[in-house]
Write a new protein. Sequence first.
Length: 115
Amino acid sequence: MSEANFAPGSPMMAAVASLDAEYLLRWQDRIERFGKAYYRGFAARHRDGDLRLVVVIADDGTLQRIDLLSSSGAQALDRAAIQTVQKLAPFAPCPSTLASTTSELAIVRTWQFRR
């Protein structure tokens, strides 16, 4: 998938935001809480870095795929972000309002590792 498919304001992202922003906020909160607890001090052992992932989740909450859109430049950081998603899968099913319009949800997120 190209990053262009997920540009802010695109019909796909606008539909997701309007149908169920609460689902995305809960998903992000869960990811961040896990990352902060599990990877505390991780960047200090490696380095600071930002990376972008697209995570595709089926409407039933199963993980379909993870694509690395842009690397942090450090394999350990990229791997940590991907493993976070894998460890937390499966996710909650999409709300019926969202599931009635799409069979999968693509979430683009920037991951930041800081000392």
